[in-house]
Design a protein around this ligand. Structure first.
Ligand SMILES: [Zn+2]
Length: 160
């Protein structure tokens, strides 16, 4: 780990501890070159089920893709910066707790919508309007992108 102060790659771990749940490891490090002390965090790799798409194919759970879709749904809404990350963490906890080898993309969409509804109604409607037409994660994320004001041509409201 390079020192954030002098950039030397010469550090020593002086303290290691886990949080209460044991899900995050915090390491205090000291740069041997300049003596600067800093902290790094390490998170356990999750064991998430594979996502079964509507057409039956499976793919790995893609946190970044979900984050992009949610960021777009939440655009210009009064939502705190870390709320989307927390929502995704919560959804991933839910998905992990299913303790299944595979989970339908529709199930993940439902879990996201339940939490998004509590967070912000407009973002929820944006997400749900797309999601209800398409069960597949990638499809509704593409559509969220398409209906945002910056990039979208006007489209007539449609019934689900
Ligand atoms: Zn240093």
């Amino acid at each position: 780990m390079r020192c954030p102060k002098c950039n030397a790659d010469n550090d020593q771990v002086v303290d290691t501890r886990a949080n209460q749940e044991g899900s995050v490891i915090r390491r205090r490090r000291r740069c041997i070159t300049c003596g600067f002390r800093y902290t790094t965090y390490e998170r356990f790799e999750r064991h998430l089920p594979r996502v079964v798409k509507r057409d039956g194919r499976t793919e790995a759970f893609d946190r970044e893709k979900l984050a992009r879709g949610l960021t777009i749904a939440c655009q210009k809404r009064p939502i705190p910066g870390n709320a989307i990350d927390r929502l995704i963490d919560d959804v991933m906890d839910d998905v992990e707790a299913l303790n299944a080898a595979e989970v339908a993309s529709a199930k993940i969409g439902t879990l996201v919508m339940e939490r998004l509804r509590a967070l912000d109604p407009v973002a929820y409607v944006r997400f749900a309007s797309v999601y209800s037409a398409f069960d597949e994660l990638s499809q509704f994320i593409d559509l969220i992108r398409a209906i945002t004001p910056a990039s979208a041509p006007k489209r007539k409201p449609r019934r689900a």
